[in-house]
Design a protein around this ligand. Structure first.
Ligand SMILES: Nc1nc2c(c(=O)[nH]1)N[C@H]1C(S)=C(S)[C@@H](COP(=O)(O)O)O[C@H]1N2
Ligand SMILES: [Mo]
Length: 269
């Protein structure tokens, strides 16, 4: 009788898995009091351990592909955990203007010299999907909507953060103005450089989520997303699309540039 040795999970993948799981657990523990009821809290606490991961994900963790798929499932579980804890009253911290970093750092999936140079006069925002008024918006029309500003901390997963000041139209105001279906699941953003990312509707309607026209009191510089970016202080940097050219309200999971490569989709900060 021959018995095959049981395949072992590579150490690096086990480490990555433990990290993702630990993130989810930390966020749940930190916010335990906000969870709806004891039963749920105990369920979450009890069922999440590295040993229980294959149960949770329904996968056998025997090769790289199955670990990848388990990681993705845990990441989607974390999306749901974070969404359950998120609320319109939970505001990101704001800071005094004396703490603003100037010039504000640049980051993208390419170098600064390659940042798109969008001609403001020709630029339009294409609004589509589950909205009453599909169409194209220019900058002057966006400037006519009510504006607000905040000084908040941008946190990039690459290991830096910086406080900046951003002003523009609350995305919730804009979505109501175009008659968006506020019961839809997602808002998707496409950018002039091919980047894209998407938000859950509660985050889209969060009072601090802004369609940004101004940074530090002046029109958005090219490097930081001219002529229009989204600033979401309740989320990590990669959920803040720059150089936006299209906004779509949809029920179909849109993913994103980094999210499709394994970054957590909810991406709370
Ligand atoms: N269009 C576009 N938006 C983007 C990115 C990008 O590469 N292209 N990178 C994201 C990431 S990872 C970060 S940290 C921030 C950086 O914004 P900043 O250049 O204003 O610092 O932009 C986000 N939005
Ligand atoms: Mo980032």
């Amino acid at each position: 009788m021959s018995s095959r040795p049981e395949p072992r999970m590579p150490r690096s993948l086990r480490a990555a898995l433990t990290d993702v799981l630990a993130d989810g657990l930390r966020s749940l523990r930190r916010n335990e009091s906000a969870l709806p009821d004891n039963a749920r809290r105990n369920l979450l606490r009890g069922s999440l351990s590295l040993g229980g991961l294959s149960l949770l994900s329904g996968c056998q963790l025997v090769d790289e592909a199955s670990v990848e798929s388990a990681l993705m499932k845990v990441s989607r579980f974390n999306d749901r955990a974070q969404a359950a804890l998120f609320g319109p009253d939970r505001l990101a911290p704001t800071y005094p203007d004396s703490m603003i970093v100037r010039p504000f750092p640049f980051n993208a999936f390419y170098g600064e010299e390659a940042a798109p140079d969008v001609a403001a006069d020709d630029w339009r925002l294409e609004v589509g999907g589950k909205v009453g008024d599909r169409g194209r918006w220019n900058l002057a029309a966006l400037r006519q909507l009510p504006q607000t500003a905040h000084t908040t901390r941008h946190i990039c997963v690459e290991g830096w953060s910086a406080i900046g000041n951003w002003g523009g139209v609350p995305l919730g105001t804009f979505l109501r103005r175009v008659g968006a279906d506020l019961g839809a699941k997602y808002v998707d953003f496409r950018c002039a450089d091919g980047y894209h990312t998407s938000l859950d509707m509660p985050t889209a309607l969060h009072p601090q989520t802004l369609l940004v026209l101004d940074q530090d009191g002046a029109p958005l510089p090219r490097r930081n997303g001219a002529p229009l970016k989204l600033r979401v202080p309740t989320k990590l940097g990669y959920k803040n699309p720059k150089h936006i050219v299209a906004l779509t309200v949809t029920d179909a999971y849109p993913g994103g540039y980094w999210e499709d490569q394994g970054y957590n989709w909810f991406g709370g900060s």
